[in-house]
Design a protein around this ligand. Structure first.
Ligand SMILES: C[S@@+](CC[C@H](N)C(=O)[O-])C[C@H]1O[C@@H](n2cnc3c(N)ncnc32)[C@H](O)[C@@H]1O
Length: 501
């Protein structure tokens, strides 16, 4: 919304009216002040008195007379923002910056307006311009730190929040945010230091104290035993601490996710010692130790996914930014034949989980079957009412019962639980009709054909996929992708659509 300036005749017409309404303007003009100066000074006095719309009119008149005066544009921006006219304010600040780009405060103002309007790319550039001109501008460092934190760009948030500290500002909120950003980049020692300072400044913030206690646990267990780490946790959290089982569970995922293997093994051994019959603990210890195995054991899968089923959709989609079903669907519909309207008679969703793919798959065909090893996940899938048939089984066992049955088989985020793909690819090939499609995702590695990661998931080498499938399939589509976030970083992966020969 561009600011409408007054024309000269409009100013000539209005000036007598304004002088009558604002005697101090008449007085200033009577002292032979330049009209723009008199209008501006009168406007600033009105602004101080809270007479915002009158101030805005006089500043508009002043800037109409002196359109190259960056300061008046800034003032008009300020008064517009104070009257809730953010879009006008932004135009004014931009006009000011077009005249003089060396104004850190104006860049900061623009950054704040753009942040409020959720135009984060404009805000980022404006914060960076402000800081290039005034590296000690603490509000800009904090604003940029918050912006990066909200965008989950934790490393960059740390840079700017640290820069702010160096400039001498130790605001509690900045320390708290810095501590959390460091925590989320896996720097638990640094997080502990910043959170300790934040907790000193904000002693009543229970959530901060818990985060500090967790940082203390993690930094201690990286050098000492789990018992010592637990004592360090309790020193900080006191009676308000979380349940020890929850603490070690969170610690394990953080340590393994951030590559703190030795400490993760210590925590996994501790958990297994306390839950010797839990298949999850057995498997996760094996995974973090890097043991070799062909696939995740059935008892682990059932225990893990049955427990996870209720939170799966929220956790994967909202927290971990998982969009593999949609990405595979997009590839399938770009494939020759499907693009021209081909429909699938019978579709199989292999490792269907809670059925996230079902709303995308169902419209592509006549029948949709789902198979999964976890009854908890299947119960969620059934609630969608989109599968004609849901089967509780191991995928390879199921495929062996259904030769020549399907025209499309989808395996979204399934192969991460199956390292050796020999049996699976043979059975998928047998279960597909000639010309049928096999669409799937993998997490990628270039270290070996496949290996078990500390996360308990398998990564595969793309060349291994080719070797396993070249005999029975033609490659239709292959695309590099990000599977989900892990330790706040994207997990590299690939999507494939193959056609049965
Ligand atoms: C990460 S989830 C993905 C679920 C779903 N495909 C999606 O994209 O939302 C993996 C699913 O595969 C299932 N699964 C893993 N290995 C399996 C196997 N060998 N047989 C059957 N289901 C399996 C798990 O129970 C889980 O529901």
């Amino acid at each position: 919304m561009p600011v409408r300036l007054f024309t000269s005749p409009e100013i000539d017409r209005n000036l007598p009216l304004w002088q009558r309404a604002f005697p101090r303007l008449a007085h200033r003009l009577g002292q032979s002040e330049r009209p723009a100066t008199a209008l501006r000074q009168t406007a600033l006095a009105l602004w101080r008195e809270g007479r915002l719309s009158e101030a805005a009119s006089l500043l508009t008149a002043a800037v109409s007379l002196e359109p190259n005066d960056a300061a008046i544009w800034n003032e008009l921006g300020g008064v517009s923002q104070a009257s809730g006219q953010s879009a006008v304010a932004e135009d004014c600040i931009k006009a000011s910056l077009d005249i003089d780009r060396e104004q850190p405060q104006a860049w900061l103002f623009l950054a704040t307006l753009a942040t409020d309007a959720q135009r984060y790319d404009v805000a980022e550039e404006a914060f960076l311009n402000a800081l290039a001109l005034a590296p000690d501008l603490a509000e800009a460092s904090l604003g940029l730190g918050i912006l990066y934190f909200q965008q989950r760009r934790f490393g960059e948030a740390v840079t700017w929040l640290r820069a702010m500290r160096q400039s001498g500002d130790s605001a509690a909120s900045a320390q708290a945010l810095l501590g959390q950003a460091l925590f989320l980049t896996g720097d638990f020692v640094g997080a502990g230091a910043a959170l300790a300072e934040a907790t000193r400044l904000l002693p009543d913030e229970a959530a901060l104290r818990q985060k500090l206690a967790m940082s203390r646990f993690l930094e201690t267990v990286m050098a000492a035993s789990v018992d010592e780490a637990m004592a360090a946790y309790r020193d900080v959290a006191g009676a308000a601490g979380e349940d020890p089982a929850v603490i070690v569970e969170k610690a394990f995922h953080l340590l393994s996710g951030f590559g703190q293997r030795e400490a993760a093994i210590r925590v996994a051994q501790f958990r297994l010692a306390h839950q010797p019959d839990d298949p999850m603990q057995r498997y996760l210890l094996a995974a973090v130790k890097g043991e070799k195995m062909p696939q995740a054991p059935a008892d682990y899968l059932r225990a893990y996914f049955d427990r996870f089923a209720d939170n799966f959709d929220k956790q994967l989609v909202e927290v971990l930014d998982y969009h593999v079903p949609a990405a595979l669907h997009a590839l399938i519909i770009q494939t020759d034949g499907v693009q021209a309207g081909r429909r699938f008679r019978h579709i199989l969703d292999l490792g269907c989980g809670t059925g996230l793919a079902a709303p995308l798959l169902a419209p592509l065909g006549d029948r949709l079957t789902g198979v999964d090893i976890s009854s908890g996940m299947l119960a969620r899938a059934a609630e969608r009412g989109l599968y004609g048939n849901l089967v509780e089984a191991d995928v390879v066992d199921y495929l062996a019962t259904a030769p020549g049955t399907f025209d499309l088989i989808l395996a979204a985020d399934l192969l991460i639980y199956i390292g050796d793909l020999e049996a699976l690819t043979v059975e998928v090939a047998a279960a597909l009709r000639p010309g049928g499609l096999f669409a799937f995702s993998i997490e990628t590695t270039d270290e070996s054909d496949y290996h078990l990661l500390p996360s308990g998931r398998f990564a595969h080498r793309p060349g291994y996929i080719e070797r396993m499938t070249v005999r029975d399939f033609i490659l239709c589509q292959a695309q590099i992708t990000r599977i989900r976030l892990e330790a706040n970083k994207p997990v590299p992966g690939m999507l494939f659509v193959l056609q049965r020969r």
